[in-house]
Ligand binder design. Structure first.
Ligand code: FES
Length: 162
């Protein structure tokens, strides 16, 4: 499933904070990375709207900012939900049907890999072996581990965090 674009909800206060940080840092050598880190700290992620603010304020091409944001794993282009769902697609879980669990979650929440629900309650991702192969198939919601999952239990698990 395609990850749909989440509405940008940045406030004037956040923008003012970012512009003040840019003013403080703009003359430092290599200021772009720390500015981007600060922007992510302020907004929680780096959507194109925030990249445009940085581009305008620092007079740096948006392509350069986008290139850095997509190259370094520390930068998130999508917002993170309040609850992080992770489905193990490691071998032991996969052979026991974890892809079907991932697909069911994806269908119920209307988001794909790396996506976030419109209400920002859930983010969804897959992961590799989490070291609990004996409990396969496994999904995690934040620090909670759900073992021997089935697609039929997805609704009940998600309801706990709704
Ligand atoms: S493969 Fe899923 S926990 Fe090991």
């Amino acid at each position: 499933m395609e990850t749909k674009k989440i509405a940008f909800l940045g406030t004037a206060e956040q923008e003012a904070e970012l512009l003040a940080a840019i003013d403080d840092m703009r003359n430092l050598p290599g200021a772009l990375m720390p500015v981007m880190q600060k922007a992510q700290e302020i907004y929680g992620y780096l959507p194109i709207e925030v990249q445009e603010i940085i581009s305008d304020a620092m007079d740096v091409p948006i392509e350069k900012i986008y290139g850095i944001a997509t190259f370094y794993a520390q930068f998130n282009l999508e917002p993170k939900g309040k609850h992080q769902i992770s489905v193990c697609l490691g071998t032991a879980c996969y052979v026991k049907g974890s892809q079907l669990i991932f697909d069911e979650i994806s269908k119920q929440l209307g988001i794909g890999e790396g996506g976030c629900t419109d209400d920002r309650n859930f983010s969804l991702s897959s992961c590799r072996c989490v070291g609990a192969c004996g409990l396969a198939p496994v999904m995690l919601v934040d620090d909670d581990v759900y073992s021997q999952m089935t697609p039929g239990r997805v609704e009940e698990v998600l309801a706990k965090y709704a």
